[in-house]
Design a protein around this ligand. Structure first.
Ligand SMILES: Cc1ncc(COP(=O)(O)O)c(C=O)c1O
Length: 490
């Protein structure tokens, strides 16, 4: 389904959107140290948006050859080197103290211990006691009748934070993506362009065909990492050929496999599609990670709502709509939000009802998601630090790292050590304090512990030392990317 990138091709193809956008804005937008609680201010901080805007986001200066491999700096070596207190990962003890036996019961306390060592997905998180206590106090009105203040407050906050007119709470990322696509589409024949690996295309059970009666054109990025305007332009169907369903929507995904989509390329794609009267949607299931990385790179304070607002507003400006998962890395128990114009969201609300997604007393889950935005979002910087620590450790013991480690995912290949992914998963599972992994995609979240990361690296090192010389030589000769079990993608 997906092709593996060799480290060489990563370095060649990878964009350093960060590097190209990193300007004196850092100096202009000074980071405020986190306040004692890092809690959400009663009102969004009055950080003037314009003072945080980067020059490349302000204008339409996108004529640069952003597809040129030579412009793309090294990948994992170009990671931010922030010293923000938020980027210091929490210890296992700090993570554990947020779920107490008195409130949550012994079984949940034990489950949280296991989650700290579960690298299968960033959906394996646990709501904390404080998060669920907030739910207890949330309003209990009927949101289908628009009578639930906690849900309305969350929607208003997310709309404001993303610079869009309105937001709508939904049950899951799949539901909100499909709702958005259905809302954009009017009448067949019509089609959608996505990356060939996109979740909306590959992993939403054929929802686009089912709900929107649309054809999907999944495109393979020429650079192996992300789509460019040059990939998309020839694929646009502008309604001049009756054999082909016209393109009405382009969907991008950010992050895709944990990799950040270069913003300057997003801007170029936005200009291309809008010029052709086509809409642009973002599957931003992990857009919080993108924003957290951007905030970290600029040396700003992720606990400041004004900073979050400025950065997310910039990142989402090219999009007509976006779907933002709340239940991935930031750990809301359920939920995803869509953003767009008021008119668009009103129409989406109609389809949400039709999909059976109107939730009555949704205040509790909305409040819990709101808590996650305030208290867990700032922790993503620490999660990203841990992901880089894991990648560096695995690389130093001889594994290949097959995709840029921009955020919370590490795709690795143990072939050069003479090991397989299956052998590593089995060994991790057999540890006295087991680690859960089921593929070469390793995903971290705000409750992943540094101890788990260190144990992971130590176990791979231990296994590698046991590999017979001949087997290791064969693995080294085969090289990174040789094994069919090593994938870049889900
Ligand atoms: C990129 C992306 N989009 C959408 C979704 C769907 O989210 P959900 O599982 O909440 O339906 C996922 C789930 O992992 C995802 O990774």
């Amino acid at each position: 389904m997906t092709r593996v990138l060799s480290p060489k091709s990563i370095t060649a193809a990878r964009t350093a959107s960060a590097a190209s956008l990193h300007t004196s804005a850092v100096a202009r937008a000074k980071s405020t140290p986190p306040s004692a609680s890092a809690a959400r201010p009663a009102k969004p901080a009055a950080t003037p948006l314009s003072s945080l805007l980067l020059p490349s986001f302000k204008g339409s200066n996108s004529s640069s050859s952003s597809t040129s491999p030579t412009r793309r700096a090294a990948s994992h070596t170009a990671m931010p080197t922030t010293t923000s207190p938020y980027s210091v990962p929490r210890t296992s003890a700090q993570i554990s103290e947020e779920v107490s036996e008195a409130v949550a019961g012994k079984e949940n306390v034990q489950r949280l211990q296991r989650l700290q060592r579960d690298f299968r997905s960033d959906t394996f998180t646990m709501p904390t006691d404080a998060q669920l206590l907030v739910s207890l106090r949330a309003s209990r009105g009927d949101d289908v009748y628009h009578e639930d203040p906690s849900t309305a407050a969350l929607e208003e906050r997310i709309a404001k934070m993303t610079g869009k007119e309105a937001a709508l709470f939904g049950a899951s990322g799949t539901m909100t993506n499909q709702l958005v696509i259905r809302t954009h589409m009017k009448q067949p024949p019509h089609s959608v362009i996505t990356d060939h690996r996109a979740h909306v295309h590959m992993l939403e059970a054929g929802g686009i065909a089912m709900f929107s009666q649309a054809t999907t054109h999944g495109i393979t990025p020429a650079n192996g990492i992300h789509l460019t305007a040059e990939d998309i332009e020839p694929a646009l169907q502008l309604g001049t050929n009756i054999h082909i369903a016209p393109t009405k929507l382009v969907c991008l995904e950010n992050t895709l496999s944990g990799i950040i989509f270069p913003q300057e390329e997003v801007v170029r794609i936005g200009e291309l599609v809008h010029k052709n009267d086509i809409q642009l949607h973002l599957d931003g299931a992990r857009m919080w990670n993108v924003a957290a990385a951007e905030i970290e790179r600029r040396g700003l304070n992720p606990g400041d709502e004004g900073v979050r607002t400025a950065v997310l507003t910039e990142l989402l400006a090219p999009f007509d709509s976006a779907s933002l998962c709340l239940s991935k890395g930031i750990g809301a128990p359920i939920g995803s939000a869509i953003v767009g114009t008021k008119e668009f969201i009103e129409r989406a609300r109609w389809f949400r009802k039709m999909f059976g997604g109107g939730v009555r007393q949704s205040g509790g889950v909305a409040a819990s998601a709101d808590y996650a935005l305030t208290h867990h979002f700032p922790r993503l910087a620490g999660t990203h630090v841990l992901a880089r620590r894991l990648a560096a450790g695995l690389e130093s013991v001889g594994c290949g790292i097959v995709a840029p480690v921009d955020t919370s995912m590490v795709f690795f290949d143990p072939t050069p050590l003479g090991l397989t992914i299956g052998e590593i998963c089995d060994a991790l599972a057999a540890l006295p304090n087991p680690i859960n992994l089921n593929a070469n995609r390793v995903v971290l979240h705000h409750q992943t512990s540094p101890e788990a990361v260190d144990d992971f690296i130590a176990e791979v090192e231990r296994l590698a030392a046991l590999v017979p010389a001949e087997k290791r030589a064969a693995g080294a000769a085969a090289g990174v990317g040789a094994s069919a079990t090593v994938k870049l993608g889900y």
